[in-house]
Design a protein around this ligand. Structure first.
Ligand SMILES: [Cu+2]
Length: 154
């Protein structure tokens, strides 16, 4: 009888530990905070997207002070092969609310463009990314992609 209770207690402890570990891992891997700065830089050049996540949430924060029309940042996800095509379409005439880009199938996900002190979130569906293909993220403010880009690790 004593052994029986000990066994149950051990099982409960294991379940609690597993649940705690699971939620911790989930929180760690299904979202990420990316900072953009007045120096026209992202604070990361690689984002790991866990395909096991139902959704992946990118929280973009602008840690600078400059306004959106001078140093706006967004985060745009696309296939590496489409980079030239997408950046060739970046133009002030498309407006800040559209990230200075026209509607394009090549743009997989695009956040709002923000200025200093602001933040925005973008939900990605990890299923959109196909293993084996190469993907990148950029800021589509005209001229920023030269410095503000990084790759995805799927
Ligand atoms: Cu930018």
């Amino acid at each position: 009888m004593k052994f029986y209770f000990k066994n149950i207690l051990m099982k409960i402890i294991l379940v609690v530990l597993t649940l705690f570990n699971f939620s911790y891992t989930y929180a760690e891997e299904c979202g990420l905070v990316v900072h953009g700065s007045d120096m026209m830089k992202f604070d990361t050049n690689e984002i790991h997207i866990n395909k096991n996540c139902e959704k992946f949430v990118v929280n973009l924060k602008h840690s600078g002070n400059l306004p959106v029309n001078a140093m706006g940042h967004n985060i745009v996800f696309l296939e590496s092969n489409n980079l030239q095509k997408v950046i060739s379409k970046i133009n002030m005439s498309h407006g800040i609310e559209n990230g200075f880009m026209p509607e394009m199938d090549e743009i997989l996900f695009k956040s709002k463009m923000i200025g200093g002190g602001e933040e925005t979130t973008l939900e990605l569906d990890p299923n959109v990314f196909i293993s084996g293909k190469e993907y990148i993220f950029i800021c589509s403010f005209p001229g920023h992609f030269a410095l503000m880009k990084g790759k995805l690790n799927i």
